[in-house]
Structure formats: structure tokens, C-alpha cells
Design a protein around this ligand. Structure first.
Ligand code: 5AD
Ligand code: SF4
Length: 474
């Protein structure tokens, strides 16, 4: 029988964790008094937008427990919110943990926690227990909302405290959050993934697909807008599958139409749609909308139907092309970006040529190109014919260079256009410039100061610099 999932936040659990936050605050205050200074905490995020959003939740909780937040990892409490989608992300965490240990030896207050996708892997827990015994707390993706409770336990006992769950039916969303950017926010609309692409660890570490009630999502966004948010990013592994487990079925375009009505909200983004579930209603919804940004991230993974089948992707090369070219026709101002994996088991130069062919035909506005990474426990990890590293390197460079040429070609088309830009920051290289994003996600730098951060301003795109523009405020 299919498990029944909650679709609404659990208010009792929220109240319980708020009590732990109060208890945590007392503990921090005591430490502050002992040390004669304020305890500092640092949250380090690896991986995707989902993790970035989770880190904002952890930051909100830590700040409410009395910590001063810092970006310096030489702090009193450091949390690594990890990613395990590719092995190099795991390796990076192990490397950085070694450095944290040197800080910890010098700071008697220091505590170290690990959470996120990596901690859902059993082999990782074994390795941490054996080789990194100085880690104080480990929790997983399903029980992140229990962090206040875990913090209190951790401070009361010695040794490593571990609680990782295989799954959950609960949704707990109303705990304090501190956003990285006051003017934009991710919003979880669903959790988990049911697609089981054969290379991907996500379904194992994030569990089955579960959607939140549309009313809860809308009410969260209304609150965010009251708090100054202009742009939301609706987050899910497969946003087009949104609403399937809800009692009153709601489709993703229906949700988008509800979000569109929210007064004061100016921009809507979403991440990530699945190609074969991107239907005509979705196209109609984007056509009609004044708020949905002109950007679709549509992961191709491979352009070879043979490899797509082995990846358990539910479309062929021809079907992907048909959709992408339809999007180009129907929504000509929309940027299409993608993800591509090079070196999937059994891949040959002929398969790569098919991928290159799709890239050429769609001319993606941008693409993330990844070298296939073997993830233990996924079906692809035990497939024969793992590809030789030398071949992967050559193919990867070929794919990357074509992708970059297409991106430049597409960016150049925007020359002299007048666009609305949401200003995100002061330019990190030149403080006389500010940096923002157009609706289609292209970066623009133009003269301006800090006071523009969070504003949507009209900019003329004057000088194309490859993947971005220099502009002038009108
Ligand atoms: N190896 C390489 N890339 C992967 N991705 C997911 N799993 C793997 C893997 N095992 C990529 C896919 C996905 C993106 C988020 O990460 O392209 O779309
Ligand atoms: Fe992974 Fe495929 Fe699910 Fe995306 S759709 S998270 S690639 S299993």
C-alpha cells in the first residue's frame, strides 16, 4: 500500500521545536556569559537550491537561539549542509572536516554538525564514526526540523549524537528562517523524487515525492511578500509532478496561477521541471503570466535515446527536441538552460554526437555539464562498461565548448534590449557597479550603489561580455 503523507505543516511539532529553541537560547546565553563573548555559528551549504533553502532554516533557528552568524568556519558551531549528488561534493566535505578539526583543537566551545543528503548514506555515517569522531551531531534530510531539539541534546551529552531517518510523512515548515537575500526566497512546494533515474542518488536520500497543500504555499508566499520578498523560486525535484498526492488534486500550472494572484509578488521562478511532464497547459500558463520569469531549466542529461533509456529518463531525443523547439516557437523570449551528464556507463562517441546534435539544435542559453559520478546504491553504479577517463575528458571538453558557444550566441541576441533587472548585490570586483538578474536569468552589471539592492530597475543592455552584459540604468 502507498504510504499516506501529510500535506500540511504540523503545528504541534512546530510548537515543540519552538520550545527547544527557547531552551537552546538559555544554553547559548550561559556559554556567552562563561566565555565573555557571543558564541558564533556558521552554516556552510553544498549543492542545490533545496539545500540553500534548508540552510536558511538552520540559520533562522541558530540566530533565534542567540548565536551571532558568521561566514568564518573558525566558529563555535559549524554546520555542514551536505550534498551527495556527485562524489566530488562528498570528498570536499571530508577534506574540509579535517580543517575544522584543527580549529576545534584550539576552541573548547567548538561543536560540529553534519546534515543534508550525504548523511542519508549509510556508508558516510560509518566513515564519519570511524575517521571523524570529533563530529558532534549528525541528522538527515527528513528530520531537519528537529534541529532545535538535537542542539539541546548535543549540548547535554558527550560524544557523537546521530539521528537519521529513512523517510518521513511529516511537513514542518513554520520555524524561523533567515533569508540570505531579503528580497528573494525559495519556497518548497514538494519534497523527494519518484523518478529513479538510474544514475541519481536523490530518490534514496530525499525519499518519495510529497507535495504541500496549495493554500499553505500561497500563505507562506503572502507572508514572504509582506516581509519584502519580490521574487520566489518554487522548489521541487520535479515540479511538474506537483499535487499528485494531494486529496484535492492540483496541477503545477494551477498552483502557478494561484501564486500569480498574490498581490505585491513580482517574479515567480521554478526549479526543476521534468521534460516529458512539461505539458501544453504549462506553456499556456507561462504565456499568460506577467510574473513567471522567462527562464526554463529543462534537464536533457543525454541527447542519445539509447542512453536516455538506460538512464530511465522517460523521453527520447526526438521527444525532447520536439518540446524544446515548441518552447522556442511558443515562448520566444524564454531562456532554456539544461543539465548534461558526460560518461554515463556504456556511452560511446556516437552517443555524445547525439548530445552535441541536440545542443546545436536547441542552442541552450546555458548548460551545466557534469562528468558522470558513480553513486553507490544506484542501478548505474553496477552497470558494465564504465567509460574510460581519457574518453570522458575529451568528450566533456567538446560538449563544454559547444555549450559555451551557444550560450554566447544566445546572450549576444539581447544587445540593446531594455530589461527589468532585480538588483542582487554590489559587484564583487568593481564597487561602482551593481549586479542583478534579468527575468531570463542573464546577469547584468551597471553603475549603481547599495541602495538599489532588492529593487527592480529598468536597464539598457549596452555591452555583451560573453555570458553577461554591462548596462545603463534608464
Ligand atoms: N553524476 C553526474 N551528474 C549527476 N547528476 C545527478 N546525478 C549525477 C551523477 N551521478 C546531475 C544531473 C542533475 C543535476 C542536478 O545533477 O544532471 O540534473
Ligand atoms: Fe535525480 Fe532523476 Fe529525480 Fe532529477 S528526476 S532528482 S535526476 S532521479
Amino acid at each position: 500500500m502507498r504510504e499516506v503523507f501529510d500535506t500540511r505543516t504540523d503545528p504541534e511539532e512546530v510548537a515543540r521545536q519552538l520550545r527547544f529553541i527557547e531552551e537552546g537560547k538559555k544554553i547559548t546565553e550561559k556559554l556567552n556569559a562563561e566565555a565573555g563573548r557571543r558564541m558564533k555559528a556558521c552554516v556552510v551549504t553544498f549543492g542545490c537550491q533545496m539545500n540553500a533553502r534548508d540552510s536558511e532554516k538552520l540559520t533562522g533557528i541558530l540566530a533565534n537561539m542567540g548565536f551571532e552568524m558568521t561566514e568564518d568556519e573558525n566558529a563555535d558551531f559549524v554546520i555542514y549542509n551536505t550534498c551527495s549528488v556527485r562524489d566530488n561534493a562528498n570528498q570536499k566535505v571530508y577534506g574540509k572536516l579535517g580543517v575544522l578539526n584543527t580549529y576545534k583543537k584550539r576552541n573548547p566551545h567548538m561543536k560540529i554538525a553534519l546534515c543534508g543528503c550525504m548523511t542519508q548514506e549509510e556508508s558516510v555515517i560509518d566513515k564519519i564514526q570511524n575517521s571523524y569522531p570529533f563530529v558532534d551531531l549528525i541528522f538527515g534530510t527528513h528530520n531537519l526540523y528537529k534541529f532545535p531539539e538535537y542542539y539541546v541534546y548535543m549540548m547535554q551529552k558527550k560524544g557523537m549524537f546521530i539521528d537519521v531517518w529513512e523517510s518521513t510523512t511529516k511537513i514542518v515548515e513554520d520555524l524561523p528562517v533567515i533569508r540570505k537575500y531579503p528580497f528573494k526566497s525559495g519556497v518548497n512546494i514538494m519534497f523527494g523524487c519518484d523518478k529513479f533515474c538510474t544514475y541519481c542518488i536523490v530518490p534514496y536520500v530525499r525519499g518519495r515525492e510529497r507535495s504541500r497543500e496549495p493554500e499553505e504555499i500561497v500563505s507562506e508566499i503572502e507572508k514572504l511578500v509582506k516581509d519584502g520578498v519580490k521574487e520566489v523560486m518554487l522548489l521541487g525535484q520535479n515540479v511538474n509532478s506537483y499535487g499528485k498526492n494531494l486529496e484535492k488534486k492540483t496541477t503545477f500550472p494551477e498552483l502557478l496561477r494561484m501564486v500569480e494572484q498574490i498581490e505585491g509578488l513580482q517574479r515567480i521562478r521554478f526549479m526543476t521541471p521534468y521534460p516529458s511532464d512539461f505539458d501544453d497547459d504549462m506553456i499556456a500558463c507561462m504565456k499568460d503570466s506577467k510574473k513567471i520569469c522567462r527562464h526554463i531549466h529543462l534537464p536533457l542529461q543525454s541527447g542519445s535515446s539509447r542512453i536516455l533509456k538506460k538512464m530511465n529518463r522517460r523521453y527520447t531525443k526526438e521527444e525532447f527536441l520536439e518540446l524544446a523547439l515548441k518552447l522556442r516557437r511558443e515562448l520566444p523570449d524564454v531562456a532554456i538552460t539544461t543539465d548534461i551528464i558526460v560518461g554515463f556507463p556504456g556511452e560511446t562517441k556516437e552517443d555524445i554526437d547525439e548530445t552535441l546534435d541536440v545542443i546545436r539544435k536547441v542552442c541552450f542559453d546555458n548548460a551545466f555539464t557534469f562528468i558522470y559520478s558513480k553513486r553507490t546504491g544506484t542501478p548505474a553504479a553496477s552497470m558494465p562498461d564504465q567509460v574510460a577517463e581519457e574518453d570522458i575528458k575529451v568528450w566533456f571538453d567538446e560538449v563544454l565548448s559547444l555549450v559555451q558557444n551557444c550560450a554566447k550566441e544566445r546572450t549576444a541576441l539581447l544587445q540593446d534590449r531594455i530589461e527589468d533587472v532585480l538588483v542582487e548585490d554590489v559587484n564583487s570586483h568593481d564597487s561602482s557597479l551593481v549586479t542583478g538578474r534579468m527575468s531570463n536569468n542573464t546577469l547584468v552589471h551597471f553603475p549603481g550603489d547599495r541602495s538599489l539592492i532588492g529593487e527592480i530597475v529598468t536597464v539598457k543592455l549596452e555591452e555583451c561580455r560573453g555570458f553577461y552584459y554591462l548596462g545603463k540604468r534608464l
